[in-house]
Design a binder for this molecule. Structure first.
Ligand SMILES: Nc1ncnc2c1ncn2[C@@H]1O[C@H](COP(=O)(O)OP(=O)(O)OP(=O)(O)O)[C@@H](O)[C@H]1O
Length: 365
């Protein structure tokens, strides 16, 4: 099976550049999630892969063969905007084999494909039912079946689970993931839901303003965001990001801080060392911060708001005009109470003045 490759792909709508110079490779056995805020170019990228939108520059290729000039129907790519869209008057079986109508397959091959899809998706018991007689999960599986029965070169999904309620979404994330793993075709899923991207993607491409900010495994993108955009976008609750500067160096390492605090961070923490006077951004996840001691201490944090999040509380502090978030199981202080927030140095992310990561990968989280 062939990999999907995008090389320097751009899309121009009149004077507006919706997608700019995107490079991506999706392996045959891989699920890649395009994740990003509204309007960043995810759907446009997917439509260019499908051939529903022409590329302004660059190429889309399968197994090294450039398909950029081919119309959608000649690309043999399955695109599902939603996993829904079943024909209400047809049975499950008829819905499933419908996409094969134009393929000119003989009856035996059609039956073999149907049997395979019904067994992979566990639909054998409902083949003679109509959509209104199905549960939501079964409808979803039929819709997936309609995509996979054609055995396309690649699968493209746009916000596949967005119409489902929360419980079903959770359930379907797992089952679709398992189904996709058996298909051995490059798969691209567009989503603005990071949990969906984290759970369904082998890798995530984080997009912003038509470009790709970072591509990596869910773990990598979460643990080692390349820049402050990815750091702030990935992870709920959001990473705390504080403005500061490099104050110089001493025997222990690089001294970083603000007007209100200074900390020495060992040289080994940096893959690129900042210079004295450089603007920096420091980041840490709310779960890595606590009201106990930590090498990196923020004295005088004033509690603004405490939110219950099940077993934990999310505490919103104001630290000299900067927002600091702490996720804790401890009792919340009173509003306006002053507390010291502590952060383990190993959990500290440091970015330069342009928002690019300076701290090394490999710091235990
Ligand atoms: N046919 C078009 N003509 C002009 N501009 C377009 C066209 N299609 C998309 N755009 C613009 O291109 C940008 C990217 O759109 P796109 O739909 O790819 O974003 P998206 O990341 O999928 O967003 P969402 O999550 O809201 O669907 C947006 O600013 C959009 O308004």
């Amino acid at each position: 099976m062939s990999e999907l490759t995008l090389t320097k792909v751009s899309k121009q709508f009149g004077g507006f550049r919706a997608v700019e110079d995107i490079d991506l490779t999706v392996a045959p056995d891989e699920v890649l999630c395009l994740l990003g805020p509204s309007g960043c170019g995810k759907t446009t990228t997917l439509r260019m892969i499908a051939g529903l939108e022409s590329v302004s520059h660059g190429s889309v290729a399968f197994g090294g063969r450039d398909l950029s000039a081919l119309p959608a129907q000649d690309r043999n790519v399955a695109m599902a905007f939603q996993f829904y869209a079943l024909y209400p008057d047809l049975t499950v079986e008829e819905n499933l084999v419908f996409p094969l109508a134009a393929e000119g397959l003989d009856a035996r091959e059609r039956q073999a494909r149907l049997d395979h899809v019904a067994s992979v998706l566990q639909l054998g018991g409902v083949l003679q039912r109509r959509p209104h007689e199905l549960s939501e999960g079964e409808k979803q599986r039929v819709a997936v079946g309609r995509c996979i029965i054609r055995r396309p070169n690649a699968f493209l999904f746009d916000e596949p689970l967005s119409r489902l309620d929360v419980a079903l979404r959770e359930d379907m994330r797992g089952s679709i993931r398992r189904i996709l793993a058996t298909l051995n075709r490059p798969t691209v899923i567009v989503t603005h839901d990071q949990l969906e991207a984290m759970t369904m993607g082998d890798r995530i491409a984080v997009m912003r303003d038509g470009g790709i900010e970072q591509v990596g495994t869910p773990q990598d993108v979460f643990d080692y965001p390349d820049n402050t955009f990815v750091a702030g976008f990935i992870g709920t609750p959001q990473m705390t990001l504080l403005d500061g500067t490099c104050l110089g160096a001493d025997d222990g390492g690089i001294v970083i801080g603000t007007d209100h605090a200074r900390w020495t961070v060992p040289h080994a923490h940096f893959h690129r060392r900042p210079c004295k006077g450089d603007r920096l951004t420091f980041g840490f996840r709310p779960r890595a911060a606590s009201l106990e001691a930590g090498a990196l201490g923020l004295d005088g944090c004033r509690l603004v708001l405490s939110e219950h999040m099940g077993a934990e509380k999310l505490l919103h502090f104001d630290w000299h005009g900067q927002a600091v978030r702490v996720l804790t199981q401890s009792r919340a202080p009173e509003v306006d109470a002053l507390r010291r927030v502590g952060v383990d140095l190993r959990a500290l992310h440091v970015f330069d003045g342009d928002g690019r990561r300076l701290s090394v990968k490999g710091i235990p989280q």
